[in-house]
Design a binder for this molecule. Structure first.
Ligand code: UGA
Length: 461
């Protein structure tokens, strides 16, 4: 992409899983982007061209954008505020114990903007925040600044593991705006991305997920509160689909039906579609679990009946116990048993283990006296920070085969591609007993059973 779009400078405050791909995507679109983050170690790493987390294609894009000067990392966030026309707020919004969201980082950025703005700025709420946070941001900014400013709500829909793709080929750009000036600025900012969308057939990932609609249909302008609600509604519906299919998987197990076929059978109906109908050990990650809980708290505070979403969250929480039950039913008491674990990341394509189902499963195994041998292609270092430090109980292994060695059963918890083509005969030889419990329905039961294994999936006969 080229830089022929005038002279907007974009500041991105918070360079995490949302902020960094957003910053680099806008830099790739031709804008000059200034990134800032409170974490000085992260800032130093980025300035040297090292991506602070694993995300396919991100390190390469970072290197190119630093080299061509479109992305600069600022040591002082205040400088990014002063130099930018548009400021993206991408800081974390962690959940509190009661499910409500801690907005202190968002508030700090609003104060920073209020103190250091030297003229009109468009402040963009990108972090996922409760409804009406935009009002809080603009009030905070305007209390501290005499310069008139606008706040735009522009929620992020990128998927971890596909972040670079999703920023450059977005299925939608939602702009919650309340001024013509802010709207014009944001439309201009996103124009190069919309102009460069792939034509049908050009991008394999867009084809895979059916992202084919024309650029004109991808931009939706709403008021700010509606934009905030769109974000929450999207994640709530995705979570609902997952809990729904998991409920159906339980039904399949009692009747001998196959949930994967049920999902395929209903997904062929274009009104339903095939996505987010993979049964398994439940949804994890830093978004869906937190966003569903916070949606419930927000809606209940307004007196809205969200018992549907309460059920979604409860079904998800019960997945872990139900999964460990399958293991108990096969092996009996887990005390003294060795369990191999394949996959720690909350989903493939990332090294992120925040709210990962794997960690909950492993905690249960350890609590019941088992020893675990774990493997993940990317997430071992992050898991090490969160799992117990006792090396006799948790062993980190260099390969799926090493994790299976001496194990009474192996559990597949993340459906990494590299687990698709395992040598089952070799595994049969190294394991203490040949049991596989497939928490993501990754394997073909016939292959695994043919190698002499007991195979247990989710909602499969
Ligand atoms: C999710 C949304 O999909 C993004 O659109 C959104 O931008 C993002 O949250 C966010 O709010 O920032 P992400 O957290 O990257 O993205 O992960 P998902 O792909 O949604 O997966 C979430 C969890 O659901 C994973 O643990 C995954 O294994 C599980 N899942 C997903 C299933 O169990 N079954 C499925 O069919 C799909």
């Amino acid at each position: 992409m080229t830089a022929e779009h005038g002279s907007l400078t974009v500041g991105v405050i918070g360079l995490g899983h949302v902020g960094l791909p957003t910053a680099l995507g806008l830099a790739e679109a031709g804008w000059h982007v200034l990134g800032a983050d409170d974490d000085q170690a992260r800032v130093g790493k980025l300035a040297r061209g090292a991506a602070p987390f694993y995300e396919p294609g991100l390190g390469e894009l970072l290197g190119r954008k630093l080299a061509d000067g479109h992305f600069r990392v600022m040591a002082r966030p205040a400088d990014a505020v002063a130099e930018s026309d548009v400021l993206f707020v991408c800081v974390s919004t962690p959940p509190r114990e009661d499910g409500t969201i801690d907005l202190s980082h968002v508030k700090q950025v609003a104060e920073l903007v209020g103190r250091h703005a030297n003229g009109y700025k468009v402040v963009v709420e990108k972090s996922t925040t409760p409804v009406r946070t935009a009002d809080l941001i603009i009030q905070t900014v305007q209390q501290l600044s005499d310069h008139r400013m606008d706040v735009v709500v522009n929620p992020e829909f990128l998927r971890e593991g596909r972040a670079v793709h999703d920023v450059l080929h977005p299925d939608r750009i939602i702009l919650g705006v309340e001024s013509d000036r802010a709207r014009a600025t944001m439309e201009r900012l996103y124009r190069p991305i919309l102009d460069r969308l792939p034509a049908p057939g050009e991008c394999a990932e867009c084809e895979r997920i059916g992202r084919r609609h024309a650029a004109g249909e991808r931009l939706l302008i709403t008021d700010r509160t509606t934009a905030e609600l769109i974000k929450h509604t999207a994640n709530a519906l995705l979570a609902t689909r997952i809990s729904f299919i998991n409920m159906i998987a339980d039904f399949c197990e009692t009747t001998g039906a196959d949930v994967a076929q049920v999902a395929r059978g209903i997904g062929l109906d274009p009104r339903i579609g095939p996505h987010f109908l993979h049964a398994g050990i439940g949804y994890g990650g830093s978004c869906l679990p937190k966003d569903v809980r916070s949606f419930i708290r927000m809606a209940e505070a307004q007196g809205v009946d969200v018992s549907l979403l309460r059920a979604v969250a409860e079904i998800n929480e019960r997945r872990i116990e139900r999964f460990v039950d399958k293991l108990r039913q096969t092996l009996g008491p887990l005390s003294g048993k060795t369990i191999g674990v394949w996959g720690l990341a909350f989903k493939p394509g990332t090294d992120d283990v925040r709210d990962a189902p794997s960690l909950k499963v492993i905690s249960r195994l350890l609590a019941e006296g088992a020893t675990v041998r774990v493997h993940d292609p990317q997430a071992m270092d992050n898991a090490r920070q969160l799992l117990p430090q006792d090396s006799r109980r948790v062993e980190y292994c260099a390969s799926p085969y090493e994790a299976a060695t001496g194990a009474h059963a192996v559990l597949l918890l993340t459906e990494w591609d590299e687990y698709r083509a395992l040598d089952w005969t070799r595994l049969r030889r190294v394991m203490a007993s040949p049991v596989v419990i497939d928490g993501r329905n990754l394997f073909d039961p016939l292959d695994v059973r043919a190698a002499g294994f007991e195979y247990i999936g989710i909602g499969r006969p």
